[in-house]
Design a protein around this ligand. Structure first.
Ligand SMILES: Cc1ncc(COP(=O)(O)O)c(C=O)c1O
Length: 361
């Protein structure tokens, strides 16, 4: 399901950084932040430890805490929602769109209360949310935190013709560089981005104990810094990101063309105007267990994701929505299967997967 790239440039970048003995707080981290911000069109970006600490930091920067509500999806990786608990606020779970698996904007609208401070929009599987969510948050004066952990290189063209890249589609963006992601850093890693001048200094400071440039702690932060070696590897990987995402798009197109001839497996849909980053290519089928067993017999790896929606997991057993049914979420949890779409997938491997999919009865 994942095959991270490790080439001689990345190896040289890592070794040169080790040789320099500047292992923390150096030029690699700051260059990685600058280059990442340029790539996604954000005002500023700051490398950090991982996607989960980026989410925690985003909520802290937005000054969200006890008494506040944050609207989140339930069909996502657990840390998109537990970050809200970690700052003492309350996640409010809403359902997702049936076709794209991002937050259902109408349900977000209905979930807003005087306590709502922010929305965490997840670009699930590499499909970004639409401009309607951005407009709603702006109109309601809510902070939009982008969980872009799965969406490096994704973009959306809005109705006015402007195109926005993941990381610059909200107020604060959070990325993960976990090895299976569209790009990685040779270990754990994350990135914070912002489009807002008011958060610019804070996303830099929060990763370094909340200190200002003259080393006074002016906000609550921690040591969330990325190591210099990881940043150097990340810079080398970033140079390939567009090409890798283009490969994922080619794979996705090929799968979707083939699946037209398979009535038991539905190809994923793409939001109009969207440039999907295809972190995962998830097909929809009546019997996911049977499809996975069929692929497994042919030596093909396939996975189900988020089969227990977040709000139904034990960590939420005292949450008022623990027993709430979110219909589209439940349906997605029961019917999706991810098949390999990584950029390193070869044409032969993909052909075998397509043949296996078409053989499924
Ligand atoms: C949607 C989403 N959010 C957040 C995270 C957390 O990222 P990390 O594993 O780097 O902490 C992930 C990682 O899998 C993710 O997929």
């Amino acid at each position: 399901m994942a095959r991270p790239t490790w080439d001689s440039d990345m190896r040289s970048a890592a070794l040169a950084t080790l040789d320099s003995k500047q292992w923390v707080k150096g030029a690699q981290g700051s260059a990685f932040g600058t280059e990442f911000a340029e790539h996604c069109g954000a005002l500023t970006a700051m490398p950090c430890q991982n996607g989960s600490s980026a989410l925690w930091a985003a909520l802290r920067i937005a000054e969200i805490g006890p008494g506040d509500e944050v609207i989140v999806p339930s069909f996502t990786f657990i840390s998109s929602t537990t970050c809200v608990l970690l700052v003492g606020a309350t996640p409010v779970f809403v359902d997702i769109e049936p076709d794209y698996y991002c937050l259902d904007v109408e349900q977000v609208r209905q979930a807003i209360t005087p306590k709502t401070k922010a929305v965490i929009g997840v670009h699930l599987f590499g499909q970004v949310y639409g401009s309607e969510l951005v407009e709603l948050c702006r109109k309601e004066n809510l902070i939009l935190i982008e969980d872009a952990a799965q969406a490096h290189g994704a973009a959306q063209t809005y109705a006015d013709g402007s195109t926005h890249t993941a990381g610059a589609m909200g107020d604060i963006g959070c990325f993960s560089f976990f090895p299976s992601k569209n790009m990685a850093v040779g270990g754990e890693g994350g990135m914070l981005t912002t489009t807002q001048t008011q958060f610019q200094d804070r996303i830099i400071g929060i990763t370094n104990h909340g200190r200002s440039p003259d080393l006074e702690a002016i906000q609550l932060g921690s040591n969330l810094r990325m190591s210099e070696v990881s940043a150097a590897i990340g810079r080398a990987q970033l140079r390939h990101l567009d090409r890798w995402v283009a490969r994922r798009r080619q794979h996705a197109e090929r799968y979707s063309e083939a699946l037209v001839n398979q009535p038991l497996i539905n190809a994923p849909r793409v939001r109009p105007g969207s440039q999907h980053a295809w972190h995962q290519y998830c097909v929809q089928t009546e019997n996911p267990t049977q499809l996975i067993a069929h692929l497994d017999e042919r030596g093909i790896d396939a996975r189900r994701y988020y089969t227990v929606p977040c709000h139904r997991q034990q960590v939420y057993n005292t949450h008022h929505q623990f027993n709430t049914e979110l219909h589209i979420t439940e349906r997605a949890a029961a019917s999706l299967v991810a098949i390999p779409v990584m950029h390193e997938l070869t044409a032969d491997e993909q052909q075998q997967i397509i043949e296996a999919l078409l053989d499924y009865r």
